[in-house]
Design a binder for this molecule. Structure first.
Ligand code: ZN
Length: 64
């Protein structure tokens, strides 16, 4: 497998794994994100190296 120059990390919500996260106001206390899908506000996000990893994680989550 060769490296793709356009490959970029996928940052997702730590609660529902949605990639629809946006920066949340409140930088005084640090960087935060709010998820547009579950409205979860978190200081940490989960980074996936590619879509396959994200899909795998989603399957694990649902399989539980
Ligand atoms: Zn979410």
């Amino acid at each position: 497998m060769k490296k793709d120059k356009q490959l970029k990390d996928i940052e997702v919500c730590s609660n529902c794994f949605s990639p629809r996260i946006v920066p949340y106001m409140g930088y005084e206390t640090g960087k935060r994100f709010i998820c547009q899908d579950c409205n979860h506000i978190s200081v940490v996000t989960i980074i996936f190296e590619n879509l396959d990893e994200l899909v795998k994680a989603l399957k694990n989550k649902r399989g539980d």
